[in-house]
Design a binder for this molecule. Structure first.
Ligand code: FAD
Length: 314
C-alpha cells in the first residue's frame, strides 16, 4: 500500500482535530505517515492510524516562519515518493503545501472537503459559492498535494504501528528568510476551539455588540462562541471567531445562532451542523428555513432564561 504523508499540527503536544481527520482520510488512500515537528510525538498519532511518524526535532522549525517546514516536507516528498500529501487547510498549512507543490512540480488543491480514491486516481471535492456547487477534481501532475478543510470527516480511532523515524534535514539559508522575533500567546478563554467544539453558540448583529448573554449561554453548555461577519466587521468579536464562507467552517452536534439572519455566506460555515437552533426576533428571518428548532424572541430575554434552565439541570 502506498504511503500518504500527513502534515500534523500539534500545538503543545496535542494533535488538533483537523489533523486527526487527515489521518482518517489518509487511510482511505493508503498508509498514513505523520510528519510532526518538535520534540514530542503525541500518542494520538498511532491511536488514529499513523503507521509511521517522521519526527523533525530541530529549533529551526520553531524559530522561523514556514520556510524550514516546507523545505523539510519537500525533502520527505522527494525521498519517499508518497501517493499524496495531506495538510490541514490552515493559513500555515496552505502556505507550506503551496511551497511543497511548487518544489515538486505537483498540482495543489486547497480547501477540499472530501478526498476519495479509485484505483490510483485520487479525487478531491471542493464546496464552492457558499456550498451551492461541489467541484470534483483530480491532480494530473506530480504527487497530489491537498489541503483539507477542518470538519471534513469525523476522526476515527484505529491503531497504527506509529513507528517513529527521526528525520534530519539541512535547512538552506534561503528557507530561513523570515525569523520569528516574538510570539504572544492569547489568553486562554477556557472554551473549546471553534472548529473542534461539539456545541457552538454564535452571535450576530442582533446582539447589538454585547455578547454577554451569548457567552454565558455558551459557558453553561461548555460550548465555543462563534460570530457572524456583521458582528466581526463591527469590531464586536475577533475575526478568528467568524463562522462562514470567509470565516471558519464548523460542524458541531449543536449550533445555536442568536440574532443571525441566516445569510447564505453564514450558512456556508454551519449548515452541516447536526442540530441547528436559532433565536431571532423576526419570525421571517431566513435562518428559520434551516433550523431544527427555532425560538422567535429577543435574545436578551431568551438566552438568560435558557442559561438559567441549563444551569438548574446540571
Ligand atoms: P443581519 O443580517 O443584520 O441579521 C441580524 C439578525 O438579528 C436579524 O435577523 C434580526 O431579526 C435579528 N435580531 C436583531 N435584534 C435581535 C434581538 N434582540 N434578538 C434576536 N434577534 C435579533 N457572513 C458571515 O456570517 N460569515 C461569513 O463568513 C461571511 N462571508 C461573506 C463573504 C462575502 C463575499 C460576502 C459578500 C458576505 C459575507 N458575509 C458573511 C456577510 C453576510 O452576507 C451577512 O451580511 C452576514 O452574515 C449578516 O450577519 P448577521 O446575520 O449577524 O446580521
Amino acid at each position: 500500500m502506498s504511503e500518504v504523508l500527513v502534515l500534523i499540527d500539534a500545538p503543545e503536544g496535542k494533535v488538533t482535530k483537523p489533523s486527526l481527520e487527515l489521518l482518517t482520510i489518509a487511510r482511505r488512500i493508503g498508509e498514513p505517515s505523520a510528519v510532526v515537528f518538535g520534540s514530542e510525538v503525541p500518542s494520538q498519532l498511532a491511536e488514529y492510524g499513523a503507521e509511521k511518524v517522521y519526527q523533525l526535532d530541530d529549533a529551526v522549525y520553531a524559530d522561523y516562519l514556514v520556510g524550514p517546514k516546507a523545505e523539510a516536507l519537500s525533502q520527505l516528498v522527494a525521498d519517499k515518493s508518497p501517493a499524496a500529501v495531506l495538510v490541514p487547510s490552515t493559513f500555515e498549512g496552505k502556505e507550506i503545501a503551496a511551497r511543497v507543490a511548487l518544489k515538486a512540480s505537483s498540482g495543489f488543491i486547497t480547501d477540499a472537503v472530501d478526498v476519495s480514491v479509485d484505483g490510483d486516481t485520487i479525487t478531491t471535492t471542493q464546496s464552492v459559492f457558499a456550498g451551492n456547487f461541489t467541484v470534483d477534481a483530480k491532480i494530473t501532475a506530480g504527487t497530489p498535494v491537498i489541503a483539507v478543510k477542518p470538519n471534513s470527516t469525523a476522526p476515527e480511532a484505529t491503531s497504527g504501528a506509529g513507528t517513529v523515524e527521526a528525520v534530519s534535514v539541512d535547512v538552506s539559508d534561503a528557507a530561513k528568510g523570515a525569523k520569528i522575533t516574538s510570539t504572544k500567546v492569547k489568553e486562554a478563554s477556557g472554551r473549546p476551539e471553534l472548529t473542534e467544539a461539539a456545541i457552538v453558540v454564535s452571535g450576530g448583529r442582533g446582539t447589538g455588540g454585547d455578547f454577554t448573554e451569548v457567552e454565558a449561554f455558551a459557558d453553561s453548555l461548555g460550548a465555543a462562541v462563534g460570530a457572524s461577519r456583521a458582528a466581526v466587521d463591527s469590531g464586536w468579536y475577533p475575526h478568528s471567531f467568524q463562522v462562514g464562507q470567509t470565516g471558519k467552517v464548523v460542524s458541531p452536534q449543536l449550533y445555536v445562532a442568536n440574532g443571525i439572519s441566516g445569510a447564505i455566506q453564514h450558512r456556508a460555515g454551519m449548515q452541516t451542523s447536526k442540530t441547528i437552533v436559532a433565536v431571532n426576533k423576526d419570525d421571517e428571518a431566513p435562518i428559520f428555513e434551516l433550523v431544527d428548532f427555532g425560538v422567535v424572541g429577543d435574545l436578551k430575554t431568551v438566552l438568560p432564561q435558557a442559561t438559567e434552565e441549563v444551569v438548574k439541570r446540571k
